[in-house]
Design a protein around this ligand. Structure first.
Ligand code: UD1
Ligand code: CA
Length: 455
């Protein structure tokens, strides 16, 4: 069976009150439409056609994919009319699956079931809601057989009591669908060509009908405003958290972790509350991440402990390291392993060798630091001369005294010691003590100035 998938996304989305098209608003940092496309792709269809509206070029430009066909629906004349715009792009397809660009949480499992149950006939995805208002209602006859859908605006007060609703997601036999779409009329309350009217045509032709329900109602929920967007974000985050926990990750509170990207992890990792994961993050075994930390596009190896309130971006943290609290690792910060990075330390574009420590109040930028180095409190690499960046190189086992300024380009040799409070602008030799401190003097007769009394 050859499958074609049509994603309807021409609606205006005015209730978002945004200059961004609705389907480009994001869940977990991915546009709504991207979620639907990714789910569609996993069904391995022959074609994916996205129906977009007037001015929707912005949508097309934002969503990559050679495999996508874009069909414009210049005027929004209804869901039936929208699907018609896609049909010329579905040659050779047996079955057409209709998805909505603003219904992002539909799952592969539910769609696979719908397609399988439809089996060349008509597959309809419905749910029963406590409050069905706004939706098309599923009409069943005395024997419980579905025979048609009536839209909210066309429904009688009696029909409005029906709680089973049309999610809008359907699987349709392609050849018959072409004929049905041609026969659609718009003599209804909204003057639209309703896709839902094809159901009654299918029933009249005795096309086999399968009614399927999603595993979870949230799968069928659409986004019309920012409140619904927030609701679905929570639902998605919960879904992801549940998957991570089932894979063996400990979340101290699964309701207070956000993953906006992909998180891979080894065994026995623990995330405390308010951890945010963005982009691609990989954790080894036994990694612990403290509360309020942000991990973005980073790789963290075995037995690393990240304490509270750290921001880690495009960084690598070698095994057995301890980072934080309040550390910031910026792009290109690579810790070899067994490192200590402490509070108010910022590191970027630097290699930090095995076992080296930067424990307090430091800026380390554009540096190559060997193994076993101790960077004292307040050590600063002065990597920028106002025009260009320069590198600082520190050999193995060097000891940098507190409050040292290393004016790059500069090299400190292996085993060197730098006296506290030094400004090091020339290379410091290996194995020796270098310091630039002025000699301490005491002025015996000096007195503190006295306050002049006010008149
Ligand atoms: C439609 C269904 C209704 C169902 C509801 C589920 C019809 C006639 N009604 O309602 O039974 O309960 O969805 O949400 O199908 N769209 C276009 N072009 C158009 C009109 C809509 O692309 O001309 C797209 C929208 O972008 C959206 C989807 O189709 O993704 C549904 O449109 P919307 O207006 O939200 O749904 P209704 O027509 O009210
Ligand atoms: Ca709607």
């Amino acid at each position: 069976m050859k499958l074609g998938i049509v994603i309807l996304a021409a609606g205006q989305g005015t209730r978002m009150k945004s200059s961004l098209p609705k389907v480009l608003h994001t869940l977990a940092d991915r546009p709504l439409l991207q979620h639907v496309i990714d789910t569609a792709r996993a069904l391995d269809p022959q074609h994916i056609v996205v129906v977009f509206g007037h001015g929707g070029e912005q949508v097309r430009d934002a969503i990559p994919g050679e495999d996508l066909v874009w069909a414009e629906q210049a005027e929004q004349l209804g869901t039936g009319h929208a699907l018609e715009q896609a049909m010329p792009h579905l040659d050779g397809v047996d079955q057409v699956l209709v998805l909505y660009g603003d219904v992002p949480l539909i799952t592969h499992a539910t769609l696979a079931e719908l397609i399988a149950e439809a089996a060349g006939g008509f597959g309809l995805l419905t749910v029963t809601l406590d409050d069905p208002s706004g939706y098309g209602r599923i009409q069943r006859d005395g024997n419980g057989a579905v025979h048609s859908i009536v839209e909210q605006k066309d429904a009688t007060p009696e029909q409005l009591l029906i709680q089973e609703i049309n999610t809008g997601i359907m699987s349709l036999p392609a050849e018959r669908l072409r004929a049905w779409l041609e026969r659609l009329e718009n003599d209804n309350a909204q003057g639209e060509f309703y896709l839902t009217d094809v159901l009654a045509m299918a029933v009249a032709e005795q096309v086999p009908l399968a009614v399927v329900h999603p595993g979870d109602r949230v799968e069928a929920e659409g986004v019309n405003n920012r409140a619904q967007l927030a609701t679905l974000e929570r639902a998605l985050q919960w879904r992801q958290a549940e998957q991570l926990m089932l894979q063996g990750l400990t979340l101290r509170d699964p309701a207070r972790v956000d993953v906006r990207g992909t998180l891979r992890h080894g065994r026995d990792c623990v995330l405390d509350v308010n951890v945010i994961v963005e982009g691609e993050v990989i954790l080894g075994d036994n990694v612990r991440v403290g509360a309020n930390s942000v991990l973005r596009d980073s790789r963290i190896h075995d037995d690393v402990h990240i304490l509270e309130n750290c921001v880690i971006e495009q960084a690598q943290i070698g095994a057995g390291s301890r980072v934080g609290p309040f550390s910031r690792l910026r792009p290109g910060a690579n810790l070899a392993g067994h490192n200590h990075v402490g509070n108010f330390v910022e590191i970027k574009q630097s290699e930090i060798g095995e076992g080296s420590k930067v424990n307090h109040l430091s800026y380390v930028g554009d540096s190559d630091i060997g193994a076993g180095v101790n960077m004292g409190a307040g050590t600063i690499t002065c990597n920028y001369d106002g025009a260009n960046k320069h590198r600082t190189v520190i050999g193995d086992s060097a000891f940098i005294g507190s409050n040292t300024a290393l004016v790059a380009p500069v090299t400190v040799g292996a085993g060197a010691t730098i006296g506290a409070g030094s400004v090091i602008g020339k290379d410091a030799p290996a194995g020796q003590l270098t310091l630039t401190r002025a000699r301490q003097t005491t002025i015996p007769s000096w007195q503190r100035p006295a306050k002049t009394p006010k008149k």
